[in-house]
Design a protein around this ligand. Structure first.
Ligand SMILES: Cc1cc2nc3c(=O)[nH]c(=O)nc-3n(C[C@H](O)[C@H](O)[C@H](O)COP(=O)(O)OP(=O)(O)OC[C@H]3O[C@@H](n4cnc5c(N)ncnc54)[C@H](O)[C@@H]3O)c2cc1C
Length: 389
């Protein structure tokens, strides 16, 4: 039996009414056809300002998966989580906007998050997405190595400046800044930039952290190379490890453009690769800090086992765990209860702008191999437990 089965702990902050609503919501998004049709209708209606739609989203998907419309409005959730030894990672979840004003605004928002996190144990990390700071197209151009036009060069310099400013502020405030990973066709450009930031700001400790997607092939080799560079340059490495969120897109593009599939051949290979990353961390703890971003119970248990084998205390400052808000509370609350460094990614932003993030969560939860079955079973178990009391 799983050690993460205690639903009383997992849902201690949820009222029965909230749980019933969550059950109903997960039940609805369980069906791919319903969800896909719903998402199409939602995107259309929300962008055309149909009355009531925003209110419905707010009361359903938004309430389940987001902290609030602003950082300040999300602090109630932050405080509630912190009571259970769970840190919050503000995730400014605006997606799909590609103009310079939005990139500048996002950069400013991340700086405010850093200031909010300074000396605040309830907010142990700040995060941003590469495409929050620049167009996907500009990263792609830089990565492809093709000659940039004058205006593209200026545009890229602005992207670099945003990274520099944010990483410098994080360094000055002693706040860890984590950069999400995205598609492989931009990730090399992101890795190169993050590496420069690590070399500059990680001399005393890991302040700038990159994300490594273990569903990719060749990432262990990449990390070995990173480690060699860091040893030579005498700086520290911080990694968030995830499996990876863009598998279908990656495979489609590789097939269409006839290059080798960059993703592991099957789920087992991804799992093995993720587990190998755990060993990499344990063997290189003098230089590497890690954050395991996963809803996978076995991987989480494996990290805990390895920590025990290496006699590391549960709250060792180089090992962290994270789940997304609204998902896998059974894992997060168990970790918090046992004083591991447990965290939640806490998305926030105006309802309308968070819709792409919310619909991705809904979609990810429909797939047969997805989360919904697990979430539904846990909620049902807790409702039953409460009914019989
Ligand atoms: C805190 C946190 C932060 C995250 N940040 C990022 C990020 O920056 N970038 C990012 O890309 N994702 C990110 N994710 C999402 C993550 O990559 C996964 O998509 C998601 O967590 C599901 O994987 P899992 O480890 O939780 O569990 P599981 O449910 O065990 O694994 C599902 C994952 O396995 C892989 N997989 C499934 N089928 C196959 C197959 N046939 N062949 C090969 N691989 C397969 C896929 O990656 C799939 O998402 C984050 C997740 C969390 C919890």
């Amino acid at each position: 039996m799983s050690i993460f089965n205690d639903t009383e702990i997992a849902f201690q902050e949820k009222t029965t009414e909230q749980l019933r609503k969550a059950y109903w919501m997960f039940k609805t998004i369980e069906h791919p056809t319903v969800t896909n049709l719903g998402i199409k209708a939602l995107n259309f209606t929300i962008h055309n300002n149909f009355p009531f739609v925003e209110g419905i989203v707010r009361k359903t998907l938004f309430e389940q998966f987001a902290g609030g419309e602003t950082r300040e409005k999300s602090t109630e959730v932050v405080n509630q989580l912190f009571k259970h030894h769970i840190g919050s990672i503000f995730d400014y979840a605006i997606e799909g906007k590609e103009d310079e004003a939005t990139f500048d605004h996002t950069c400013e928002e991340i700086k405010q998050n850093i200031k909010f996190a300074e000396g605040n144990p309830a907010v142990p990390f700040v995060v941003f997405k590469p495409t929050g700071f620049g167009r996907l197209g500009i990263y792609r151009e830089v990565q492809s190595g093709s000659e940039l036009t004058t205006s593209e060069k200026e545009e890229w310099l602005r992207v670099v400046k945003r990274y520099s400013e944010v990483c410098r502020l994080a360094f000055e405030k002693n706040v860890i800044i984590m950069i999400d990973a995205e598609e492989t066709w931009i990730q090399t450009a992101v890795d190169d930039l993050v590496n420069k930031m690590m070399a500059e700001f990680n001399k005393e400790k890991a302040i700038v952290w990159n994300t490594i997607q273990m569903y990719r092939t060749g990432r262990l080799e990449y990390m070995a190379e990173d480690l060699r560079r860091a040893t030579e340059g005498n700086y520290f490495l911080g990694y968030k490890f995830v499996r990876g969120a863009y598998m279908e897109k990656e495979r489609e593009r590789a097939a269409e453009m006839k290059y080798p599939d960059p993703i592991q051949p099957n789920k087992q290979a991804t799992d093995d690769n993720f587990n190998a990353a755990i060993d990499f961390v344990m063997q290189n703890m003098d230089r590497v800090s890690a954050f395991f971003g996963t809803h996978n119970e076995k991987s989480t248990e494996l990290v805990m086992d390895r920590m025990r084998e290496h006699s590391l205390p549960n709250d060792h400052d180089k090992i962290h765990f994270g789940q997304l808000y609204g998902m896998s509370d059974n894992i997060t609350y168990f970790l918090g209860e046992n004083k591991y460094n447990a965290t939640k990614y806490l998305p926030y932003g105006p309802v309308k702008d968070v819709v792409p993030y919310l619909t991705r969560r809904a979609q990810e939860n429909t797939s047969v191999a997805g989360q919904t079955g697990r979430e539904l079973a846990l909620i049902a178990k807790e409702l039953k437990r409460r009914n019989s009391n």
